[in-house]
Design a protein around this ligand. Structure first.
Ligand SMILES: Nc1ncnc2c1ncn2[C@@H]1O[C@H](COP(=O)(O)OP(=O)(O)OP(=O)(O)O)[C@@H](O)[C@H]1O
Length: 351
């Protein structure tokens, strides 16, 4: 979580503390994060458009390379690439699985071997395969190239889970797999957190998944943390609608109307406190306020502030809405309920 936001009193030492980090490729800055901490056993989500720096941040958190400037403390200590202690505790799963040209069993057991674990690797390797929904008896002897894309990704995940890692970094882990594999990858990752207290950091374009499972979701935009953990970031392209108004058509055919964007593909930021769930008989001034219809998909209480946040799905867009305490007295909210959201285009900030 960004340090200036939701630091709660009773948090243990962070598993990561990032300080004044800048990373450049060929002299060009692609990531600039002043401060960011990740609590142990938490689930942090990373969202952001293509090229916003998510993969770079995950690779830095995996200590694959060093940041150009600044530092990343791991459990309070500065850590470096090729540090053996880190390698056995932090593991990264990327979108395209990398498997060694060996059997599935040897791929999964490899980490145990490298870690110098003695004894029989069969049981832990089989447990890890079963955890990702692959029958160990059937798959253990298969070669790396006798697997579908989804199975290969699950083997790659099993090869990480077998180590019961302290940190599992997931970079678009389900982007190129089928729906069934995707579900198995998600549930196995969550099992790691619930069984071993593994900290998860997940970069994904699947906002709904992140909103469902993450303790915190942070937004990266052009390499920087953008807005609060619960800010709404709405991507273009924006088109001029009739009547001099700009907006975009959502995939449920509603129109999301906005103020004049600086360019057709600018990104709109709308604070959760600037969106209101309308009461049943409430009306709005159409000239300044716009209304869209959605469905509540999640309600979450922020412990520090006592604020209630509702995630509302509108087509494939999810907006986070802060529900003021005064409004809670007058309305009941449930997951699955249809709601009308009111917002003022004038409150949109553009980047
Ligand atoms: N090895 C590299 N050398 C030079 N530039 C790089 C390298 N890796 C990434 N970049 C650039 O750094 C920026 C951030 O890339 P990164 O892959 O971290 O973004 P991302 O948010 O993960 O994107 P995506 O969602 O498309 O995976 C991009 O502009 C990218 O072109």
């Amino acid at each position: 979580m960004p340090d200036d936001q939701e630091e709660s009193h009773a948090v243990p030492d962070p598993i990561y503390r990032i300080e004044k980090l800048i990373h450049r490729y060929n002299g060009q800055p692609v990531l600039e994060i002043d401060r960011l901490t990740v609590a142990p056993s938490s689930i942090l989500g990373l969202v952001g458009p293509n090229g916003s720096g998510k993969s770079t941040l995950l690779k830095l958190m995996a200590f694959i390379f060093q940041p150009t400037e600044g530092r990343i403390l791991f459990k309070g200590e500065q850590a470096f690439p090729f540090d053996e202690a880190i390698r056995s505790q932090v593991t990264l799963l990327t979108q395209e699985p990398y498997l060694m040209k060996r059997t599935v069993f040897n791929n999964v057991a490899y980490g145990l071997k490298v870690r110098g674990e003695r004894g029989d690797w069969r049981q832990p390797a089989h447990d890890a395969l079963n955890l990702v929904g692959l029958d160990a008896e059937t798959f253990s002897r298969r070669q790396w190239d006798e697997l579908s894309g989804g199975e290969a990704q699950r083997v790659a995940l099993a090869a990480r889970l077998v180590l019961k890692p302290l940190v599992l970094l997931l970079d678009e882990p389900t982007a190129s797999v089928d729906a069934a594999s995707s579900e198995l990858i998600r549930s196995a990752s969550l099992r790691a957190r619930s069984e071993w207290g593994t900290t998860l950091v997940i970069a994904s374009h699947d906002r709904q998944w992140l909103h469902d499972v993450c303790d915190e979701v942070i937004h990266l935009f052009k390499g920087k943390l953008a807005g609060s953990g619960r800010s709404n970031m709405i991507f273009g392209p924006w088109a001029r609608e009739d009547d001099e108004v700009y907006g975009k058509r959502l995939d449920d055919d509603q129109r999301l109307l906005v103020s004049v964007p600086p360019s057709a593909d600018a990104t709109a930021f709308l604070d959760p406190g600037d969106i209101r769930i309308l009461g049943e008989r409430e009306t709005v001034d159409n000239s300044t306020t716009k209304v869209v219809q959605g469905t509540v998909i999640r309600l979450a209480l922020e412990k520090r502030s006592g604020n209630l946040f509702a995630d509302v799905r509108i087509g494939s867009l999810i907006l986070v809405v802060r529900v003021a305490e005064s409004r809670l007295a007058t309305m009941t909210l449930h997951r699955g309920w249809p709601v009308s959201l009111a917002y003022r285009p004038a409150n949109i900030r553009w980047r």
